[in-house]
Design a protein around this ligand. Structure first.
Ligand code: SAH
Length: 260
C-alpha cells in the first residue's frame, strides 16, 4: 500500500477529494493545517499517475500493510469479570477458564462490551444477588451482556432497550430464549420480576423508580449502576420513596453501584 500526500487550501479540498476518488483511492485522511490549508493523504494499492495533482505538492510514501483482522482481535482480548464471568468477542477461541461462564458479546452496536466499569459492577453484583429460578429483567440492555449473564445462570430473562438498532444487533447474538424487545420498562407486567438490572443514568433511574417498583415481585431485588456519586442522593431518595431502600451503596471510581 502507498499513500499520496497533497496540500491544498480549504476551498480546494472538496474538488481534490472528488479527483482522488476518481483516481481510485481506497480512502483519504484529512488534516487541517494552519492558514486555512489542509493536507490530504490518499491511500492506493500501488502508485497512480499523479500529473493532475502536480500543483498540490504530491509526495508518495510507502504504507506498512496493516492486518485489520489481527488488529481487531488484539483490541478485544478475553476479559475476566468478578469470579464467574469470561467475556469474549465471537471470534475469540480461548478456552473458558474452569468455573467461569462464557459471555460472547459482539463489540459492535450496543453499549456494553464488558470493558466499562458500570457493566462490571452489575456483573459482580449479579453473581452474588442471583438466586436459582429468578425471573430477571435487564432494563436498558444495550449489547445484551447482562441479559446474557443472567441467562447463563439459568434464569428466564427479559430485556428491553429503547434503541432499536441495539436491540436488532443484540438479537443476532443473544440466545433466542431471552425475551428481548424494543421499548421501555412500561411494557412489562406488574409484579413479575425477581431481579432487575439497570445500568442507566441517574435521571432515567429517578424517573423510572415507580416503574421499577411496579414490575418487581414483593421482595424483588434491584442492581443499579451508571450513577455518578454526585447524583447518588437524588437516586437513593427516589428509590426509597418507592419502597426500594438501598441495601448497599458502593462507590467505585467515578460510579456508584446501588443494590436494593
Ligand atoms: N446493560 C448494558 C448497557 C447499558 S447502557 C450494560 O450494562 O453494559 C444503557 C442502555 O439503556 C442503552 O442501550 C440505552 O439505549 C438504554 N436506555 C436508556 N434509557 C432507556 C429507557 N428509558 N428504557 C429502555 N432502555 C433505555
Amino acid at each position: 500500500m502507498v499513500s499520496l500526500n497533497l496540500q491544498c487550501s480549504a476551498e480546494q479540498k472538496d474538488t481534490l477529494l472528488a479527483a482522488l476518488w476518481e483516481a481510485g483511492t481506497q480512502g483519504v485522511t484529512e488534516i487541517d493545517l494552519p492558514g486555512n490549508r489542509a493536507e490530504l493523504r490518499a491511500f492506493f494499492e500501488s502508485a497512480v499517475d499523479d500529473a493532475e495533482f502536480a500543483e498540490f505538492m504530491p509526495r508518495w510514501a510507502d504504507e506498512p500493510e496493516v492486518d485489520w483482522a489481527a488488529e481487531t482481535r488484539a483490541a478485544w482480548p478475553a476479559l475476566e469479570v468478578g469470579t464467574k464471568w469470561f467475556v469474549v468477542p465471537p471470534w475469540n477461541e480461548d478456552a473458558t477458564p474452569p468455573g467461569r461462564l462464557r459471555l460472547v458479546i459482539n463489540p459492535g452496536v450496543g453499549f456494553g462490551t464488558g470493558r466499562d466499569l458500570t457493566t462490571q459492577l452489575c456483573l459482580e453484583a449479579l453473581e452474588r444477588e442471583h438466586r436459582p429460578g429468578d425471573r430477571v429483567l435487564d432494563f436498558g440492555t444495550g449489547s445484551g451482556i447482562l441479559a446474557f449473564a443472567a441467562h447463563s445462570l439459568g434464569s428466564p430473562v427479559f430485556a428491553c432497550d429503547i434503541d432499536e438498532e441495539a436491540v436488532r444487533a443484540a438479537k443476532l447474538d443473544l440466545p433466542a430464549e431471552i425475551g428481548l424487545f424494543t421499548g421501555s420498562i412500561r411494557s412489562v407486567k406488574d409484579q413479575c420480576i425477581d431481579l432487575l438490572l439497570a445500568n442507566l443514568n441517574a435521571e432515567t433511574i429517578t424517573n423510572h423508580a415507580a416503574e421499577i417498583r411496579r414490575v418487581l415481585k414483593p421482595g424483588g431485588r434491584v442492581i443499579i449502576s451508571g450513577v455518578p456519586p454526585r447524583h447518588g442522593e437524588r437516586v437513593v431518595k427516589a428509590l426509597t420513596a418507592n419502597r426500594l431502600p438501598p441495601r448497599e451503596t458502593v462507590e467505585a471510581g467515578i460510579w456508584l453501584r446501588i443494590v436494593c
